[in-house]
Every structure is written in structure tokens, then in C-alpha cells.
Write a protein that binds this ligand. Structure first.
Ligand SMILES: Nc1nc2c(c(=O)[nH]1)N[C@H]1C(S)=C(S)[C@@H](COP(=O)(O)O)O[C@H]1N2
Ligand SMILES: [Mo]
Length: 331
């Protein structure tokens, strides 16, 4: 049934800019090609892909760990976490629209470049202000804690949004297990550094490896989630296999992928996007419709599945749960 397949990567130039720069450039390119400005992501990445039920889809969504840990999926859905009246984003959309600059700044190109990336074995170093520095392996991550599925809203600072079923366990569980010292006030995550296999890391404009951090009370909040899977199976590489963190009330860049180091610190650690553009990306980066990005409004967002445009929600709709963390400040 494949009729016309536009080679997606040819539509869009790689950009050296910020993620937002890419978003806006793509919009302009697509517009000039006759796409609606709303169709930017979907039109570029899935609208032309007519083999959704077939081989290409299975290859794109397969867990990066192969058959290992397949007994851990699917996990039971925790119904305390819902997405209101929004619809779940189709997997063919979220699995083909990714920000993972280690592979490419082109959202539609990431999944294919990430195919076959080796994630087994995987070692996570734990250090800084902990009782005992140690390492974690895949068994520790996949077998130590009960897994559950949660539907979360997700909002990128570039204004696109989605709703996805993540599988994992609360980050608080992992933090408790690692026993940070009483003096620890922040937790820092470092993503994998592998320029030989990650073409995007050849771009030395960026301070690789990717690094992010949360204040410890944020990280211990029940919504902060260690993610091992999506749509009922282990993570495909483009979503940050073998594990990542998801912090759904913050802009997407606060949810680091493919983590190899966890560190507890007393002082606020530097973060990747804040180091690159401090005037545009704060440390907290909570979703806030009333706080415009210096280059655009954040009042509205676009759903990459339905292409609906709608108002942005304070804390991405999680204000009741997380508002108290900030006491009306720091948003
Ligand atoms: N290591 C790493 N983590 C990352 C990124 C990245 O480029 N590298 N991009 C971030 C951004 S900007 C977003 S919006 C989300 C995208 O997650 P997804 O591709 O799984 O939807 O991952 C975040 N985590
Ligand atoms: Mo993002």
C-alpha cells in the first residue's frame, strides 16, 4: 500500500541551533513545501510512512534490549495517573519524533540512527554524597522494583506535546536505595558519552555528554519516574534505552535519556541547556504558559498525535501535585 514515500530526512536540514531553533526552522521549511505549520512533526515523520503495521514499525519500536527482561512487560497500569480527556499519542508518532541530540538534531532521523545501539551490558555509576559509591547493572534496574505503567502528559519547550504510557517505578525508590547523605540537596544525571557510535556527539558545539539535575525534593516527588519501557515493552533506543528519567511537569529536556551516572550534590549542578543558553533555559524549567521563552510564547502547545492546538497548562497539568514544591516561586 505504500504509494509515495518522501525521504523524510531530505525535507529538513540539520540545524546547529537550540531545539527550538530546529523546530522553527522545520516549520518554515515545511510551510514552504506546502505543509500546514501544524503538521510539522507528524507530516514530516509519519504522515508519509504508510507501512505502520509492518516491518518498519516493528523495527522502529522494538526494545533495545531484545528479548531480555521481556517477562517484565507489560506492567499493570496505575490508574492514579491519567491524562484527562486527551488521547494517547499513537506509538508510530512518538517513536519517530525524538529529541536525542547524541544521534541527530533532526527529530525524524533519530530512531533510525539509534537502531542497534548496544545497551547490554549497561553500567550506572553512583557517586557524590552517598553512603557508599557503587554501580548498578541492568538486573538492578529491571528486577529490583515492581514495575507499573503510567499515562503521562509530556511537553517539550519547543511547544510540541504528547501523551505516552511509560513503564517504570518512582525515582524516589531508587534514591532511597542509593542512600544519599543528609547533606545532599540535588541529584545529577549524566547520559552516555560515545562519539564513535553517536554521530551527534561529533558536533562539538554541544558540551557532551548530556547532563541534567533535579532538586532532591523534586526528584523524590511521586511523579518523577524511572522509565524502562513505553507502550508496554522495553524502551527502544530513541526514547533513551535502557533507562531514563521522566519529570512530566517540566519541559522535556529535564528528562534525560540513557543515563550512565547518578551523583548527589550539595550545590545546584550545572545543566546542559542552561550552560548553552542561560537566558532561555532555567534550572527549574517547569512548564508555565505565562512565562514566555525569550523567543516565543508558551501559552499554547501542539499535540503531535492529533495536531490539535490547545492552551498550555501550568506545570503541564500537574499543578495540584507539584505546586507546593515551589511555594509560588521558581516556576
Ligand atoms: N541524553 C539526552 N536526553 C534528552 C535529550 C537529548 O538530546 N539527549 N533531549 C531532551 C528533550 S529536548 C526532549 S523533548 C525529550 C524527548 O524525549 P522523547 O524523544 O523520548 O520523546 O528528551 C530529553 N532528553
Ligand atoms: Mo525538548
Amino acid at each position: 500500500m505504500a504509494a509515495i514515500q518522501i525521504p523524510k530526512r531530505w525535507l529538513l536540514p540539520n540545524s546547529q541551533g537550540t531545539p527550538e531553533g530546529v523546530f522553527l526552522n522545520r516549520r518554515q521549511v515545511l510551510r514552504s513545501l506546502g505543509y500546514s505549520s501544524l503538521g510539522l512533526v507528524l507530516g514530516a515523520n509519519t504522515g508519509c510512512d504508510l507501512d505502520l503495521g509492518g516491518f518498519r514499525h516493528r523495527r522502529r519500536t522494538a526494545g533495545a534490549l531484545g528479548r531480555r527482561f521481556r517477562d517484565r512487560f507489560p506492567a499493570r497500569r496505575n490508574l492514579d495517573f491519567g491524562i484527562g480527556d486527551r488521547s494517547l499519542t499513537p506509538e508510530e508518532v512518538s517513536s519517530s519524533t525524538n529529541n536525542f541530540y547524541e544521534f541527530s538534531t533532526n527529530k525524524g532521523a533519530v530512531w533510525e540512527l539509534a537502531q542497534g545501539y548496544p545497551v547490554d551490558p549497561w553500567v550506572v555509576e553512583v557517586g557524590g554524597l552517598v553512603h557508599q559509591p557503587r554501580t548498578l547493572n541492568l538486573e538492578d534496574l529491571f528486577r529490583r522494583f515492581p514495575l507499573e505503567e503510567r499515562l503521562y502528559r509530556f511537553r517539550c519547550v519547543e511547544r510540541w506535546a504528547m501523551q505516552v504510557p511509560w513503564t517504570g517505578f518512582p525515582l524516589a525508590r531508587l534514591i532511597d536505595e542509593l542512600k544519599p547523605l543528609a547533606s545532599a540537596r540535588y541529584v545529577r544525571f549524566v547520559s552516555v558519552h560515545d562519539p564513535d557510535r553517536m554521530p551527534g556527539q561529533g558536533n562539538t558545539y554541544y558540551p557532551w555528554p548530556y547532563y541534567e539535575a533535579l532538586r532532591l525534593d523534586e526528584a523524590r516527588h511521586d511523579l518523577a519516574f524511572v522509565v524502562l519501557g513505553v507502550y508496554g515493552h522495553a524502551l527502544p533506543m530513541q526514547h533513551g534505552a535502557p533507562w531514563r528519567v521522566i519529570c512530566p511537569w517540566k519541559y522535556g529536556y529535564k528528562s534525560p535519556k540513557s543515563i550512565v551516572r547518578i551523583e548527589f550534590t550539595e550545590h545546584q549542578p550545572p545543566t546542559f541547556w542552561n550552560d548553552l543558553q542561560p537566558s532561555e533555559y532555567g534550572f527549574f524549567s517547569n512548564v508555565n504558559p505565562d512565562k514566555p521563552h525569550p523567543r516565543w510564547s508558551q501559552a499554547r502547545e501542539e499535540d503531535i498525535g492529533t495536531l490539535e492546538k490547545r492552551p498550555t497548562l501550568l506545570y503541564n497539568g500537574y499543578a495540584e501535585q507539584v505546586g507546593h514544591l515551589y511555594g509560588g516561586q521558581e516556576v
